[in-house]
Design a protein around this ligand. Structure first.
Ligand code: DX5
Ligand code: ZN
Length: 217
């Protein structure tokens, strides 16, 4: 596959979470994307660390945690203890971005920095040599099932150029409205990791859906 696929469990059937995780494991996807929302940073509340603990006990897959919360610094250690392999936080949620990067680094998890659609790539430049992954949101964070904001492809291209020109090892992740068509646009613009929730779980053939995303672009 050309692209890494991270399946967002936000769209899973929570009554059958174990079966949903097993489906993801067999699908060929490389990561499980776990969206933590606090009802303050975004207008929605999802799930938290007890659920992540449970998923971690049942899978060896890479756990890609996307924190959409105020004061992420407070929860970095807890997040790692719950099994996070990648911890991503929003640049808009903190006044001291470097402090959160340092806290994640200390845990040994990979460091992800996320930008809302309205936040320019330039805001991330001071931190680009300190992170492992840049998450470019392609919808307003908070809800699954929204439409991909096509303008974000320019931001992806700009970030990709910056990473190449500066010889950095930073993966670009995109999240929001990813389906077989928009995956192609994002991958062509330079995305390495595609997050998808509703497209995967609404599909009648999860393996095929993951495969289409993996080879898109
Ligand atoms: C939205 C979340 C996404 C969400 C994506 O704030 O960060 O991870 O699950 O859902 P889809 O793929 O349905 O747009
Ligand atoms: Zn997410």
């Amino acid at each position: 596959m050309n692209n890494i696929v991270s399946v967002s469990v936000l769209s899973a059937d929570f009554m059958h979470l174990q079966e949903e995780i097993e489906k993801i494991e067999k699908s060929g996807a490389q990561m499980i994307h776990f969206d933590v929302m606090d009802g303050v940073f975004v207008n929605n509340i999802s799930f938290g660390f007890p659920v992540l603990d449970t998923i971690n006990k049942h899978t060896d897959m890479c756990l890609d945690v996307h924190l959409m919360i105020t004061d992420p610094l407070k929860y970095i250690d807890r997040c790692k203890k719950s099994g996070a392999d990648i911890i991503t936080f929003h640049i808009e949620s903190v006044s001291d971005t470097q402090a959160v990067i340092d806290a994640i680094k200390k845990t040994g998890a990979k460091i992800g920095l996320s930008l809302k659609p309205g936040t320019p790539f330039e805001d991330a430049i001071p931190f680009m040599d300190k992170i492992d992954m840049l998450l470019i949101m392609t919808v307003e964070p908070g809800f699954g099932g929204q439409s991909f904001i096509a303008d974000m492809t320019d931001k992806i291209c700009t970030a990709k150029k910056y990473i190449k020109n500066n010889n950095l090892k930073v993966d670009i992740q995109v999240d929001g409205g990813i389906n077989a068509e928009t995956a192609g646009l994002a991958a062509e613009a330079g995305a390495d990791i595609l997050v998808a929730g509703s497209y995967i779980f609404k599909s009648s053939d999860i393996n095929k859906a993951v495969n289409l995303l993996g080879f898109a672009g």
